[in-house]
Design a protein around this ligand. Structure first.
Ligand SMILES: N[C@@H](CCC(=O)N[C@@H](CS)C(=O)NCC(=O)O)C(=O)O
Length: 207
C-alpha cells in the first residue's frame, strides 16, 4: 500500500499530517504551495477537483475531507488507538467533535479570507470578515465549555480529535480571539506543541 498526503502550510491539512505521523504509517508528502495557488493548478485539480487541501491518495484512491481522512488513518493504524474503535459511543463522540470542527468552526474561519464562496458584494464580504472574531469566539467558547476535557479532547486518551483541534486552535490569534481566555484550549495547544509528531510535522511543512 502506498499513501501520499497533500497538506499545505497554515492549513487544515496540519490535522491529517500530524495524525498520520502519530499513526506510525509510512507515507509520502506532497506539500501544496497555497501561497502560489497550487491548489488550483491543473496537476492538483486532477487529484482534487474541489481545489482544496488536504487530500490523501491510497494506492489510486483519493480521499478528501479531514474527518474522513482522520478516521481512515485511525482505522488502518490499528495499533495506534487513535479513534477508540472498540467503543461505539466514543467513536460517535469522535465523529460529533470532528463534524463540529469541519462544518461549523472551519466554515466560520473561512469567512475571513474565503467569503467569496458565499457572497460577492464588497460590503457583504467586509461584514462576514468583521464578524469572524465574534463567530470564532463563540465556537471556542463551545469547545472550551462543552467538548474538550483536557489534557486531550477525550481526557487522558489521545485521539484523532487532538490534531484536528490543534490545527484549528493555531488560528486563534489570526482570527482575533484571545487564547488566554481559554485555559483548557491554551493548555491543549501547548501540550501539542511539545509532542514529537508536531515538532517534526511543523518542521517538514515549513521547509
Ligand atoms: N472540508 C474540507 C475543507 C478543506 C479546505 O477548505 N481547506 C482549505 C485550507 S484550510 C483550502 O484548501 N483552501 C483553498 C482555497 O479555498 O482555495 C476539509 O475538512 O478537509
Amino acid at each position: 500500500m502506498t499513501i501520499k498526503l497533500s497538506p499545505a502550510n497554515e492549513s487544515i491539512g496540519l490535522a491529517s499530517h500530524i495524525a498520520i505521523e502519530e499513526s506510525g504509517l509510512e507515507y509520502e508528502l506532497n506539500v501544496i504551495d497555497m501561497k502560489n495557488s497550487e491548489q488550483k493548478s491543473d496537476s492538483y485539480l486532477k487529484i482534487n477537483p474541489k481545489a482544496r487541501v488536504p487530500s490523501l491518495i491510497v494506492d489510486n484512491i483519493v480521499l478528501t475531507e479531514t474527518p474522513a481522512i482522520l478516521v481512515y488513518i485511525a482505522q488502518i493504524a490499528t495499533d495506534s488507538n487513535l479513534a477508540l474503535p472498540n467503543y461505539p459511543m466514543q467513536f460517535a463522540q469522535i465523529q460529533a467533535f470532528n463534524c463540529y470542527l469541519c462544518s461549523t468552526v472551519h466554515v466560520a474561519h473561512a469567512h475571513k479570507h474565503r467569503g467569496n464562496r458565499w457572497v460577492n458584494d464588497e460590503a457583504a464580504l467586509a461584514a462576514l470578515k468583521a464578524n469572524v472574531p465574534t463567530t470564532m469566539a463563540a465556537c471556542f467558547d463551545s469547545l472550551e465549555a462543552q467538548y474538550v476535557k483536557g489534557p486531550w479532547v477525550f481526557g487522558d486518551t489521545f485521539s484523532i480529535c487532538d490534531p484536528y483541534l490543534f490545527a484549528i486552535s493555531s488560528w486563534f490569534e489570526s482570527d482575533g480571539v484571545n487564547i488566554d481566555e481559554y485555559p483548557i484550549l491554551n493548555a491543549h495547544r501547548q501540550d501539542m506543541m511539545n509532542r514529537a509528531s508536531v515538532i517534526k510535522v511543523l518542521d517538514a511543512i515549513s521547509t
